[in-house]
Design a protein. Structure first.
Length: 506
């Protein structure tokens, strides 16, 4: 059975999806998603253990050997992402039951869980596959299910957000497909390892250069790299809270992974960052993302939009890291992928708690919520400190690693931009703290407190929130703090990923 784990981690959620629709039960659909997430996590843990010594696992679908058949490859460069996606899926599954019941029409919930399963299968498939076209197929499975998930938001604007994401995402998909097609045209193969062997012989070929540009522009859209980020703020902010929590932690992170996979293990760093100088372009776009994303977050009037714009800036940190094309830069990028995913999932989870209790996440409606909802306020403050990069938080660890990599590479200007972005993060996180603690409660807060008092004998300051949502959110918060105190696990995973990528040739 262990030999089948590379395929099982994708097949399990893929098979659960149709049963969510056929059985049409909210409880069964939730249990299926939880089982799919837990099964995928179990597979990822075992696979990570098997490749921890540097071994590479190869699995041929249907017994057809590569390059003729589809191959799954498990190595140090993708086990961190497999673990991240499946872990977040389990936590979101726990969080989602009560959250979706409050935000989504009950008739749609089984369909939503089916989309969750498809999205999980797509993301894990992207990470595990060793075939370029198969990666595109899984990318589209994840994207199409994401559009449906976002469209189920509580406001009509969610439909517009999903449609905008559909249009922009389809453009990105077309670019990726054209790029893969060009690579196939000049090599006659779609297997990533086979491509990596054949491409160096035709460096300088114009079709190959066009292939690289098409693939990376398409992936930059999926990654929401500035200025190709237009879909992200509305998509994250208008989706149901459980969907925002999952997508913010996984979607762009997997796109970043496949970008790195193509850059280092398929096309080769010599072509991508040497001949085509994507490293310089990456550093420029990273600087713009860090400043503009953080600056835009400072002016948002809605907490979920604030967090979404913050993600644009945080993606900039990751892009800056891998654009250095050094071991320390890649380690910092992988480390921030893990840490930011945990931090941002915690923050969107806390936003969902606010939405459930108050019916709004507009900043003007959150005045005084720190006194009425002290535990939720504490969760937002602690996770928010990670965005700023305060010591003893996960954000500090990855930002420090990035700063050292920038200094080592002599990128003083990029380091200065990073510091400015962190100061802006302090501004928008401080703004939420000021509104939540130092302002008088708004009528929304007051009415909520009265309702809570009439419904229970507890004091009006007690938080009456679903335990599952609270536990899931605090699990993420505590995990972000733990990674800030003891970064051994994420640092080890990041180091192994960077070593595997740089050792892959090219």
């Amino acid at each position: 059975m262990t030999a089948q784990l590379p395929a099982l981690q994708v097949i399990i959620p893929l098979l659960c999806a149709p049963f969510c629709v056929l059985l049409r039960s909210r409880t069964i659909a939730w249990l299926l998603f939880l089982a799919a997430a837990a099964g995928s996590l179990a597979c990822a843990v075992v696979l990570a253990e098997q490749v921890s010594d540097g071994e590479v696992l190869s699995y041929s679908m249907g017994g057809w050997r590569a390059p003729y058949g589809i191959e799954y490859v498990i190595s140090g460069f993708n086990t961190p992402v497999l673990l991240l996606v499946s872990t977040i899926a389990v936590i979101v599954a726990v969080y989602s039951r009560r959250s979706l019941a409050a935000e989504v029409d009950s008739k749609r919930i089984p369909l939503l869980y089916a989309c969750f399963c498809l999205n999980l299968a797509g993301l894990l498939g992207i990470v595990a596959t060793g075939d370029a076209f198969n990666a595109f197929v899984f990318l589209e499975i994840a994207s199409l299910s994401s559009y449906a998930l976002i469209a189920m938001g509580r406001r009509r604007r969610a439909l517009l957000a999903a449609f905008q994401y559909l249009v922009v995402g389809s453009i990105g998909a077309i670019f990726i497909l054209i790029g893969i097609g060009l690579a196939y045209g000049v090599t006659g193969t779609l297997n990533m390892a086979d491509l990596a062997q054949r491409l160096p012989e035709i460096y300088g070929n114009r079709a190959l250069s066009a292939s690289v540009i098409f693939v990376f522009v398409g992936l930059a859209i999926k990654m929401a790299v500035f200025p190709l980020h237009s879909w992200l703020p509305d998509a994250y902010a208008e989706a149901p809270s459980a969907v925002s929590t999952f997508l913010a932690a996984t979607s762009t992170k997997v796109a970043i992974y496949i970008f790195l996979r193509f850059a280092f293990t398929v096309f080769g760093a010599t072509l991508v960052f040497g001949t085509l100088t994507l490293d310089r372009i990456g550093l420029l776009l990273a600087c713009l993302a860090m400043v503009i994303g953080s600056g835009a977050a400072c002016f948002q009037s809605d907490l979920k939009y604030l967090l979404a714009w913050s993600s644009v800036a945080q993606i900039g940190y990751i892009v800056a890291g891998f654009s250095l094309v050094t071991a320390s830069g890649l380690e910092a990028a992988y480390l921030h992928v893990i840490n930011h995913a945990v931090i941002k999932a915690a923050l969107f989870g806390a936003a969902g708690l606010l939405l459930l209790r108050l019916g709004s996440v507009r900043l003007t409606d959150l005045a005084g919520f720190g006194r009425t909802m002290p535990w939720t306020f504490a969760a937002i403050v602690l996770a928010g400190l990670g965005l700023v990069g305060i010591p003893l938080t996960a954000g500090f660890v990855s930002k420090w690693a990035l700063a050292m990599a920038l200094i080592e590479d002599g990128q003083g200007l990029v380091l200065a931009v990073m510091l400015v972005s962190s100061l802006l993060a302090l501004v928008y996180v401080g703004r939420v703290v000021e509104i939540g603690w130092f302002r008088e409660p708004s009528p929304v807060i007051a009415a909520s407190a009265v309702t809570a008092t009439s419904a229970t004998s507890r004091s009006s300051t007690a938080e009456r929130l679903p335990r599952s949502m609270t536990v899931a959110t605090w699990t993420l918060v505590l995990l972000s703090l733990y990674f800030g105190i003891d970064a051994t696990l994420p640092a080890t995973l990041a180091e192994s990923a960077a070593t595997a990528l740089l050792g892959s040739g090219g």
